[in-house]
Design a protein around this ligand. Structure first.
Ligand code: FMN
Length: 391
């Protein structure tokens, strides 16, 4: 007899789902090939800027929102701008995380240009900085990269760009992260504007794991912040291919629920609902299998945020080389009022300081769990290269 089970849904409904697979459609949870084609690298790009761009669009970025735009109209120059429609006003009200994503993108551009013997001089904010609040943001560029054929030396991290992925699954509790590995990882941060810290000491891990769980609870129970995430979920091949961004889910179960209209992304899940429990179970699994933590901090001006992003992607590339997982757990770092207590704890536990008040105060920019993923980490979707180039 067919085994069945009940599934409670985000909106609170219940559906009976066969555990036997559906027939007549692919059950693979892999993302559609076209959506992840960026990870195959550049295709016949003659312009060295477009060649570099093909690598840069794989940069890590918050919620995979891919906020980058480039202008290539001026010869020998790449002008980087931010897409005003790609922001996270509730979980990232000051655009700090968006600019970290830009830092990662700029660093990959620089590394991929160097692989072609080209040095990029990076001038940040050529027309002045973006304002402190998202509502003040305008079209002024983030950076102007001027390219020079200098015979630049290849960066060893270039070899890992197309292998870098963020592991969002539980880590192997049987594999510790050694002090030596943590030291090697931390040594990848050489930018003087960025400070790196970390721990693999078991006694330190408990409060940091707890911080991850508690801060996730706040994000999931605050209607506007959880909705921001739910609305960036892309469920099933059609949505994934249509958007090629956001948080992609392609399990057959989620697809089945979505097809029959029972994957509700318009209502915040209530505390105690099955949907809330399912979201928390994932966060708890991730948090409780953290075998170490690493963090980046610095001042909190607009350029500092870019520096943090440049350092972060280098750190994640180094982790890729080491076979180690680095997974940001950003909930406690988010600057919305309901998170304030955890924001303060995060600063106290990692930097031994109170929460920053001004942009000159030391601010936690990235906070990540470390460990070894139990299974291969999938590449996430990216839009086409053309989508990032402003005509
Ligand atoms: C500033 C920043 C914050 C992030 N915060 C989180 C987070 O809280 N949780 C998470 O699962 N991933 C987080 N990520 C990772 C992104 O979700 C990931 O980079 C994106 O989905 C693309 O996937 P990829 O890194 O595997 O290419 C963050 C990345 C950046 C740059």
């Amino acid at each position: 007899m067919e085994r069945r089970k009940f599934i409670r849904l985000v909106g609170g409904g219940i559906v009976v789902a066969a555990t036997a697979p559906m027939t007549g459609c692919s059950l693979s949870s892999d993302y559609p090939d076209k959506a992840v084609e960026a990870w195959g690298g550049p295709r016949n790009e003659v312009d060295p800027r477009r060649y570099a761009l093909a690598f840069a669009i794989t940069a890590p970025n918050p919620h995979n929102i891919q906020p980058w735009l480039v202008d290539l109209k001026e010869s020998g120059v790449i002008t980087v701008m931010t897409d005003p429609d790609r922001i996270l006003p509730h979980t990232d009200p000051f655009g700090r995380q968006i600019l970290i994503g830009h830092g990662a993108f700029i660093e990959l551009l620089v590394i991929a240009l160097a692989s072609q013997g080209i040095t990029a001089e990076v001038a940040l904010w050529p027309q002045g900085e973006l304002g402190p609040a998202l509502k003040d943001w305008d079209s002024r560029p983030i950076a102007r990269l001027t390219l020079k054929n200098t015979g630049a030396v290849n960066d060893p991290l270039f070899a890992h760009v197309l292998k870098r992925h963020t592991p969002k699954s539980d880590y192997d509790l049987g594999r510790k992260v050694s002090d030596q590995t943590l030291r090697v990882l931390m040594a990848s941060v050489t930018d003087k504007a960025v400070r790196v810290g970390g721990t693999v000491t078991p006694a330190d891990l408990l409060p940091l794991r707890e911080l991850c769980v508690k801060s996730a609870q706040v994000e999931f129970l605050t209607p506007r912040t959880v909705l921001e995430t739910l609305q960036l979920l892309r469920v099933g091949p059609d949505e994934i291919l249509q958007h090629r961004d956001g948080l992609a889910i392609n399990t057959w179960m989620a697809r089945a629920l979505s097809t029959i209209g029972l994957f509700d992304r318009s209502t915040p899940p209530e505390k105690g609902s099955q949907a809330f429990k399912a979201m928390m179970a994932q966060m708890e699994g991730n948090s409780r299998t953290a075998m170490g933590f690493v963090w980046l901090s610095g001042k909190n001006g607009r350029s500092d945020q870019i520096h943090a992003g440049r350092a972060y992607v280098r750190l994640q590339l180094k982790a890729t080389e080491l076979g180690l997982g680095v997974h940001p757990m950003s909930q406690a770092l988010q600057e919305f009022p309901e998170m304030a207590a955890h924001y303060a704890s995060a600063h106290q536990l990692t930097l031994n300081r109170p929460a920053p008040v001004t942009p000159d105060d030391e601010t936690l920019h990235m906070f990540c769990r470390l460990g070894y993923a139990e299974k291969p980490v999938p590449a996430t979707p990216r839009r086409t290269l053309a989508a990032f180039v402003q005509a």
